[in-house]
Design a protein around this ligand. Structure first.
Ligand code: UDP
Length: 455
């Protein structure tokens, strides 16, 4: 296992963006944390230090825990290609996709082989008084070894499906033996818990973003243009096209922009975004940019390169007029601060942000865009429907495969700029009230206190 270095984040600075009531609740949680967690280490374990929502959450939330005086630490497990192939299958199954038959005995063997080695490593470091939070299916096999050693453990799933299907049931069946006895089972929405999960141990905690992080801090338009120009995502004064851009050359600052930021994952339906955009018949100055991490930059996501290739093949099949207005960008992951700054700039610069996922755990990209006062078109899946109230602080597509409805929403936002403006401002207020790290810190302190009370 590898420890990820955490950076302390200032709660006093966070207070500056909160309302007085929010700060009072957060400060009370900090006081509770200092009292109840003194002398213990709070271990967080997941499968990757970079890329994807969980890595985002841990980096920021644990930074605030450090400032609260809590000894929070973050470990990333070691896994090989077989292990990550199984866990990607599990990820897809829990979202309701893939072939459930692939999760048989050999998958269990590959899964457990990796986690057995990690458990030995972990038990070397964790003491019985510590508390452990395990994140996502990759870590579920660590529950039992920890509990046998007398350590209290919460297992948190950042993914789930709103209504079970054959695949999701088999995904949960695979995990059941590993995680069912955790002291707490945490989900982003109540609907995500498998039906056999013991109700008394279920906790619901939606994720959050850090408003002061490089990903979400306020940027001026000129800074956004400068960042995007330097990264090769906007064409300024001609010059060669950056190798990070495929498909159409990047637009000039005169263009209006539709953006989707996602990992290259089939469930994010980047091809559907392209087809819906091509069908929408938008004004000629509107450009679509699909932005994802440079493939290979997210170690626990082995399908990224294949999915990007599939997107490029789909792009080739579009009519020329649409092809000329659609760019696919692989944002470098070698410098995470730079990556976050580019994502911030592209989300904030967009006229419209989409998240046309076929399935979604929570959808932090939606939260990030809403915080930046962008009008977001999301599909009514997973946590996207908790974040967006249709017509109030964004637009929701009921059926995620309905490209006609998606195209219509795009047209609507370009035809009705006042609506787009109002949705964006309401979106910011919604995130301020519900999805910033102050609320997440308080609910995590409650969870840890609950664990301390668990036998
Ligand atoms: N992200 C990023 N760089 C990229 C693409 C995505 O930092 O090139 C981030 C994105 O800003 C968000 C997270 O990855 O914070 C994705 O989280 P989300 O909950 O939307 O989806 P997940 O990837 O966890 O399924």
């Amino acid at each position: 296992m590898r420890e990820v270095e955490l950076t302390r984040r200032s709660l006093a600075a966070l207070a500056s963006v909160l309302t007085a009531d929010q700060w009072a609740a957060c400060a009370a949680a900090v006081t509770r944390a200092r009292k109840t967690l003194a002398g213990r280490v709070i271990w967080n374990i997941n499968a990757t230090a970079t890329g994807g929502g969980v890595a985002e959450i841990l980096q920021t939330l644990l930074g605030y825990f450090l400032d609260a005086g809590v000894d929070a630490r973050w470990l990333v497990l070691d896994g090989n290609a077989d292990f990550f192939a199984v866990t990607k299958r599990l990820h897809n199954a829990i979202h309701g996709f893939g072939d459930p038959g692939e999760l048989g005995a050999s998958a269990h063997a590959a899964y457990w082989r990796t986690l057995k080695g990690n458990a030995a490593d972990l038990l070397f470091q964790v003491r019985p008084d510590d508390l452990v939070m395990l994140h996502d299916p990759q870590t579920a096999g660590l529950v039992e070894p920890l509990r046998r050693a007398g350590v209290r453990v919460a297992w948190r799933s950042h993914i789930g499906r709103d209504t079970p299907n054959e695949q999701s049931v088999s995904g949960w069946e695979f995990l059941r033996r590993y995680m069912q006895d955790a002291d707490a089972l945490v989900f982003s929405r109540p609907q995500h818990a498998p039906e056999w999960a013991p109700v008394g141990r279920i906790r619901v905690i939606p994720p959050s973003i850090d408003p002061l992080d490089a990903k979400n801090r306020l940027m001026t338009t000129s800074e956004r243009i400068r960042v995007l120009g330097e990264a090769g995502l906007l064409t300024i004064n001609g010059g060669p096209i950056s190798p990070v851009v495929q498909g159409a050359p990047p637009p000039t600052p005169a263009a209006r922009l539709v953006v989707q930021v996602s990992r290259w994952d089939r469930l994010k339906d980047m091809p559907g975004v392209m087809r819906g955009f091509a069908d929408a018949n938008l004004p000629a100055d509107v450009h679509l940019m699909l932005a994802g991490p440079a493939v290979g930059g997210v170690p626990d996501d082995p399908e990224g390169a294949k999915v990007l290739d599939e997107c490029l093949a789909d792009w080739q099949l579009l009519p020329t007029a649409a092809r000329n207005r659609i760019s696919l960008v692989s944002v470098p992951m070698d410098d995470l601060l730079k990556n976050a700054t580019i994502i911030n700039a592209v989300q904030g610069y967009a006229d419209v942000v989409t998240q046309k996922s076929l399935a979604e755990g929570f959808g932090l990209t939606v939260t990030e865009a809403m915080w930046k006062r962008r009008p977001v078109i999301g599909t009514a899946v997973g946590g996207i429907q908790d974040q967006i109230t249709d017509g109030q602080d964004g637009l929701l597509i009921e059926d995620p495969t309905d490209l006609g409805a998606f195209a219509k929403s795009l047209r609507r936002l370009f035809r009705e700029p006042d609506l787009a403006h109002e949705l964006g401002h309401a979106a910011h207020r919604r995130v301020l009230a519900n999805y910033l790290d102050d609320r997440h810190l308080a609910s995590t302190v409650d969870l840890l206190s609950y664990l301390l009370g668990a036998s």
